[in-house]
Design a protein around this ligand. Structure first.
Ligand code: SIN
Ligand code: FE2
Length: 214
């Protein structure tokens, strides 16, 4: 970790674990630009429900952009070059997302982060994401950068085993959470989203996770 980079964000930055950093409101001033680049992505690759390899529906509809996209079906969890819904390559990863991800990663102490994919999750009130690890990427030395938009959420930051205690981390519109290094494979999830209406986003939460999958 590079302590001096953290200092730039002063008291705002919250270190939640040795290599897990919350950057509250980091993208608040760029929300409109983020929504502008997401709109065409979601037109080309709409949100869809996927199912676990065991055949259970995953409650969070997802989409992707980048050279790879994360999918789940009867054949397992993996990254593909094509959107199985349309057969087309996933929409390109907007430069703005690559830039924001690198900046957030640096602020959290991870240099030279070059995302090649973005998983987009869509939550309605009541939607939850059960505890899981992000482990379909090739290189666990690269962090995950997570951007929250819309309704607030409570993120569960667990340990390296599913049954370890979890920290409850409130995530609000515009917040960025970065985890990597020895925290890269921590279990994590999201509690059911509380009913509400976000002034900009309506009754939904959108989460972007930028990753280096290859
Ligand atoms: C994820 O773990 O894929 C998403 C986490 C979140 O929605 O905050
Ligand atoms: Fe995850």
């Amino acid at each position: 970790m590079i302590q001096s980079d953290l200092d730039l964000f002063g008291g705002q930055t919250q270190r939640l674990a040795s290599h897990t950093v919350l950057l509250p409101g980091l993208v608040l001033e760029r929300v409109e630009s983020l929504l502008d680049v997401l709109r065409p992505v979601l037109r080309a690759a709409p949100f869809r429900h996927m199912s676990t390899p065991g055949g259970q529906a995953i409650g969070v509809p997802v989409s992707n952009c980048g050279t790879l996209g994360w999918i789940s079906d009867a054949r397992g969890y993996r990254y593909t070059e094509h959107d199985p819904l349309t057969g087309a390559p996933w929409p390109a990863l907007p430069a703005l997302l690559v830039e924001v991800a690198a900046q957030a990663a640096l602020a959290a102490g991870f240099e030279h982060f070059l995302a090649d994919t973005c998983l987009i999750n869509h939550y309605l009130p009541g939607t939850r994401l059960s505890l899981h690890q992000d482990r379909n990427e090739r290189d666990f030395s690269q962090p995950i950068v997570s951007i929250s938009l819309g309704l607030p959420a409570v993120f569960l930051l667990g340990g390296h085993a599913r049954n370890e205690a979890t920290q409850r981390v409130p995530l609000n519109h515009g917040d960025v959470l970065v985890w990597g290094g020895e925290d890269r494979l921590r279990f994590h999830g999201v509690l059911p989203i509380k009913p509400g209406e976000h002034p900009r986003m309506g009754a939904r939460r959108i989460n972007l996770t930028l990753r280096k999958a290859r």
